[in-house]
Design a protein around this ligand. Structure first.
Ligand SMILES: O=C(O)CC[C@@H](O)C(=O)O
Ligand SMILES: [Zn+2]
Length: 553
């Protein structure tokens, strides 16, 4: 029983020591719970080169043209001319709805739309369009299609695979002005909203109605729900609520020729022919632009609990997950994994103190959400007692209020952003059977060590190799923070990582999508027949190929 007392307040009944209480009361509100605070602008580069409110990569910029020198601008696309810009200005008005970098020097204004939040992928668009309605999106696309102008649809621009920024001079169509919540039915829980609504704003709106958006992610303060659907974002609530393929009931989208597909149905059941909307979910803006969605939003849980604990090995993390599923089944809403190295780097990059004393090779974060506080606390307490007594878990803390819940979550959500602190980061978002999910992290670290690429000083490009992710979904985020992007590191990583994943029958993208990063590697997760079918779909919807070119397939 001695070890049980290391948990805090709710376990005080079970002989919590005063030292433990002090330790837990040191928890502070998270300084950076979200990558950025809710905003209708895409990320803004600040003067130091970072992103708003965060320690984003400052030193290294990896231009798309450097990364993919083999890519050439396709000459079938027209060059944008002042005449084209005049058409857009007449359509959208000459205010900020059109950023014209062709006849004016608007480089600073265009920069946030041309580069992603990691400052890793960058295009050279001269024109950004911000339509305010579906009809405007339709007129823009029709014009672009008739004039062979390539476009890149963009939401909050928080993607991680370079899918939301231009590669060359594609026109950016950003949906940030389309922010209407069109309707919400409190009986069915179905929300209908414009694509440009920021995820956190949608979730706050739903909180007032006692409902919850079925998707949550670290970038919720900036990402937009249309972009979430277009990329089929996975996030932190998937374990409980399932994927967007199941929750999105309908979409409104505009095809490249300007046709508006109005399929904003609010039905859970509609068994009438092909489910076309599924092609747009995860289509990454390659066959059309999603302008609105209808989505099923569950009732918000009134009892939320979060615990964070340290474990000796990955094997113990699996045991803890098995126990959590069996003991907490219906109230378990998240089970996240962080290795000790990711937590150490979070501490080094942000200075934030970690919730547990000492170091542990692994950490897990567990969240329960239910409707009966006493019942949930009892279940969680029993679970925690059990995993401590059976020595599955070495140490842990249980949040006692909302502030501590946010603080514990920030130990997980803060990782992606902090890893850019040293200059850059290579990211792999992998689905791997749970029993071998963490092996890839060790194997890549060994590879970097053997190649002499990893070390504490500037002579070594690699800072460390870390793994974290959604244990409940068998999805590991393999991240390699670097001091600079380096061809030798790239050669050690690719195609090694992709071959490794293929050997385990995994997927090279669990949730971030293909974008430009994984375009050449789709064959590691999809058969030739599947790729051929995908190409046929693309040609059918976008015969001129104007939608988000150079990516995806
Ligand atoms: O940075 C990453 O690799 C993962 C980002 C996101 O999917 C997360 O789970 O935090
Ligand atoms: Zn993730």
């Amino acid at each position: 029983m001695a070890s049980v007392s290391r948990f805090s307040l709710p376990l005080r009944r079970l002989r919590c020591s005063s030292a433990t209480s002090q330790k837990t009361s040191r928890l502070r509100p998270a300084a950076q719970v979200r990558w950025t605070t809710a905003s209708t602008e895409p990320h803004q580069a600040d003067k130091s080169g970072g992103t708003k409110g965060a320690s984003a990569p400052a030193k290294v910029v990896k231009f798309t043209s450097e990364t993919y020198p083999e890519l050439k601008r396709d000459s079938k696309y027209s060059q944008i001319t002042p005449e084209h810009v005049r058409f857009f200005q007449e359509l959208l008005g000459s205010g900020s709805a059109v950023i014209d970098g062709l006849s004016t020097d608007a480089t600073d204004d265009i920069e946030p739309f041309n580069s992603d939040w990691m400052r890793k992928y960058r295009g050279h668009s001269k024109v950004v369009l911000k339509p305010g309605s579906t009809e405007e999106v339709s007129k823009i696309l029709k014009y672009c299609n008739n004039n062979m102008l390539a476009v890149v649809p963009q939401g909050g621009n928080t993607g991680l695979v370079g899918g939301s920024v231009p590669v060359f001079d594609e026109i950016v169509i950003n949906l940030q002005r389309m922010t209407n919540i069109r309707s919400f039915d409190e009986v069915s829980g179905i929300l209908v909203a414009d694509a440009g609504v920021v995820l956190e704003i949608a979730d706050n709106f739903l909180a007032e109605k006692n409902h919850i958006f079925p998707l949550d992610l670290g970038a919720k303060g900036s990402c937009q729900i249309g972009g979430n659907v277009a990329t089929n974002a996975g996030g932190l609530r998937l374990l409980r609520y399932g994927s967007l393929h199941g929750n999105v009931l309908g979409i409104e989208a505009v095809l490249p020729d300007g046709t508006i597909v109005d399929d904003l149905i609010k039905l859970r059941k509609n068994n009438t022919g092909y489910d076309i909307k599924q092609l747009f979910i995860g289509g990454e803006g390659t066959i059309g632009i999603i302008t609105a969605i209808s989505i099923l939003c569950p009732q918000r849980s009134s009892a939320l609990n979060v615990a964070y604990f340290g474990l000796e090995s990955y094997e113990k993390c699996q045991q803890a997950f098995r126990e959590a599923k069996s003991q907490l089944s219906e109230i378990l809403s998240a089970f996240e994994l962080m290795d000790g190295r990711s937590q150490k780097l979070l501490n080094r990059a942000t200075g934030r103190k970690l919730p547990l004393e000492g170091e542990h090779p692994f950490y897990c974060l567990i969240e329960t959400s239910g409707s009966n506080s006493d019942h949930d606390s009892e279940k969680l307490t029993n679970f925690l007692e059990h995993v401590m007594e059976s020595e599955i878990v070495s140490d842990g803390v249980l949040a006692q209020d909302q502030t501590q819940i946010r603080d514990l979550w920030s130990c997980r959500e803060g990782i992606p952003e902090c890893l850019g602190h040293w200059g850059g980061v290579y990211k792999y978002d992998l689905s791997i059977p749970i029993s071998s999910m963490y092996e890839i992290v060790n194997d890549v670290r060994d590879r970097m060590t053997e190649a002499g690429l990893i070390g504490d000083d500037d002579a070594h490009p690699v800072v460390d190799v870390v793994g974290y992710g959604h244990m409940g979904d068998s999805n590991v985020h393999l991240n390699i923070p670097v001091r600079r992007y380096d061809k030798k590191v790239e050669k050690a990583l690719e195609p090694f990582v992709y071959e490794w994943v293929q050997g385990k029958y995994g997927s090279i993208s669990a949730e971030h999508g293909l974008g430009i990063q994984k375009k050449p590697y789709i064959g590691y997760s999809r058969s030739d027949t599947m790729i051929k079918l995908m190409k046929q779909i693309k040609d059918l919807y976008d015969p001129n190929g104007i939608m988000n070119p150079y990516k995806y397939l």
